[in-house]
Design a protein around this ligand. Structure first.
Ligand SMILES: Cc1ncc(COP(=O)(O)O)c(C=O)c1O
Length: 552
């Protein structure tokens, strides 16, 4: 009897001891977004199960159950486009095909431009060139002499227009030529840049790196070093470069064990931050304000019309304030990853735009004045790479090309010009200006009875579709035919440089509407009552399961 009591007591003690851990585990699970994007490990496992299959020609044009005459219209439209591409982009496409044989990046971007079931057929028929001859103003020109309005924004680098960056680079070359490519020692531009970046970020110290990915790596490494905690928190869907720890899940063969991916803009995540003791830092990519909890909106995952986006500045500001408060309370390092949005939303970046201060900020892309760069700004106590009282305990970071004179020169010119009246004028009423442009395009699309709209965060736009369809990704090919250049991820990301004049924008709008009308006329947006986003997803799941079973 006595033994039983002791056993019960021990059992109760063990349960009481396990309870907090259990609760912490439960809270962590609750703070995960219910989507697969929110469950990195599961997503990886499921992704590994998806077998390759592709549609034959008849399925290609009618996989949504459209009537035969609609499928025939689609085929005619597709072949018309194919003939146009073949004639118009011949030289560019030929060099692209040839180069792709040995350039793995081209093979990858080519294959993942559209959903995989359609990919090969599209690649064979609609050959998109990866080469350009020149840029001028807001346009780029390919090897066949075709001019396109550039909506790629060069991955966001191009904030002020290509001519601006060309002259930053040319002037930099002239300024630093005396020193040339000497590394290790600094060109005086470095001192200027550090001083200006301190002013802009409101933070004490600066370090220079060679890419945004590296800047993020260094910020996280320092946060771990100084807090002596293991984990970083990132929010579901946010991109922070391709380093493993910030890119858990699909795309990263190594599991990121020291990363928590939590729900963006949600109290459950704040609870985790408040309770756990192993969190070193929280990474924010303010671009997510446009589509919280969703990944980069690439057309390769555009299998239906479920993609949505909407930017609510007030709500996102509140969220950042909540995060700021909990991070301060818990000694967690709050890192704003402004590699994409820094200098695009405001001259002082997202900190200025949202009125919230971070402990560390990463910059990159446009800050290099057209050359590759990554920067970390941070509080002095977080940036230090060694401990005064432990000489062997250091947080190592180097990089052969960091502070390269040519990059530092271009950055200096970028920062000098940021102060000029001409550049400051571009920021005047920036949001109102781009919101108005987005609304005008939306009105035209709506009035033309077209099933698509755009949502925007200032000059960063995304297209979403208002009628269930399996073929939305076709729009990128119609847009190209109308002279609008998109990056390989397609219609999920249109990035404008701030030098688009009203006339340029009107031309983009006209072309956008014309392209959408052509796509509508060719039957791609046919839908009946039975076609819903759910039914599309279910159909694809069925195909995948059938393929899996067949492969056994
Ligand atoms: C928010 C953010 N962080 C980091 C990176 C990585 O920068 P890079 O491509 O220069 O390595 C990117 C790139 O798109 C980004 O958007």
């Amino acid at each position: 009897m006595q033994e039983a009591i002791i056993l019960y007591a021990l059992g109760a003690l063990a349960a009481a001891a396990a309870l907090p851990r259990l609760r912490a585990r439960l809270e962590l699970s609750q703070a995960k977004h219910p989507s697969l994007t929110g469950h990195a490990r599961l997503a990886r496992r499921i992704a590994a199960l998806v077998p390759f299959y592709e549609y034959d020609e008849s399925r290609f044009f009618g996989c949504d159950g459209a009537p035969a005459q609609v499928a025939a219209r689609r085929r005619d439209g597709f072949m018309r486009l194919a003939a146009l591409y073949c004639a118009r982009y011949a030289r560019t496409a030929a060099l692209t095909s040839q180069a792709a044989e040995n350039i793995s990046d081209l093979q990858f971007t080519g294959a993942y431009r559209v959903p995989f079931q359609f990919s090969r057929y599209v690649r064979e028929q609609l050959r998109v060139g990866a080469f350009l001859e020149s840029s001028s103003g807001v346009t780029v020109t390919d090897l066949d002499g075709n001019r396109f309005y550039d909506l790629t924004g060069s991955y966001g680098v191009n904030v002020f227009g290509y001519d601006f960056y060309k002259s930053c680079i040319d002037e930099s070359a002239a300024r630093v030529r005396g020193l040339g490519p000497v590394l290790g020692a600094y060109h005086p531009a470095v001192a200027y840049n550090a001083r200006r970046l301190r002013e802009i970020s409101g933070l004490d110290e600066v370090s220079f790196h060679m890419s945004g990915t590296e800047a993020v790596m260094q910020a996280v490494r320092l946060a771990r070093y100084h807090t002596r905690r293991s984990h970083l928190v990132r929010f579901c869907g946010a991109y922070h470069g391709w380093w493993g720890d910030v890119q858990p899940g699909v795309g990263n063969p190594v599991p990121a064990r020291d990363t928590y991916t939590l729900k963006d803009m949600h109290a459950d995540s704040l609870r985790v931050l408040r309770r756990r003791r192993d969190i070193a830092c929280v990474l924010i990519n303010p671009l997510q304000a446009l589509h919280p909890n969703a990944g980069a909106p690439g057309d390769s995952s555009l299998v239906d019309s479920a993609r949505r986006a909407h930017f609510d500045r007030e709500r996102y500001t509140e969220w950042l304030q909540e995060l700021r408060a909990v991070c301060s309370e818990r000694g967690i390092v709050l890192i704003f990853d402004e590699v994409f949005v820094g200098f695009r939303l405001a001259p002082g970046g997202a900190q200025e735009y949202f009125g919230v201060r971070a402990d560390m900020v990463t910059y990159g892309k446009t800050l290099g004045g057209g050359l590759p760069v990554g920067v970390v700004c941070g509080r002095a106590d977080l940036m230090k790479r060694f401990r005064e009282d432990r000489p062997a305990d250091v947080c190592f970071a180097r990089g052969t090309f960091n502070s390269h004179p040519y990059v530092m020169g271009a950055m200096q010119i970028f920062l000098e010009r940021l102060e000029t009246a001409k550049i400051r004028a571009l920021y005047a009423n920036l949001d109102a200006h781009w919101d108005d442009r987005a609304q005008r395009l939306n009105l035209r699309l709506f009035e033309a009875g077209l099933p698509l709209q755009v949502a925007n965060l200032s000059s960063i736009w995304t297209v979403y579709y208002t009628r269930p369809s399996r073929y939305n990704w076709m729009l990128q090919y119609y847009l190209r035919a109308e002279g609008l250049a998109l990056s390989w991820i397609g219609t999920g990301r249109l990035i404008f440089s701030l030098d688009f004049s009203d006339d340029d924008f009107a031309a983009v709008c006209d072309r956008f509407v014309t392209a959408s009308q052509a796509m509508q006329q060719d039957g791609w947006w046919w839908a009946d009552a039975a076609l819903t986003d759910k039914s599309i997803k279910r159909g694809i799941l069925r195909e995948i399961i059938t393929q899996r079973l067949r492969a056994r």
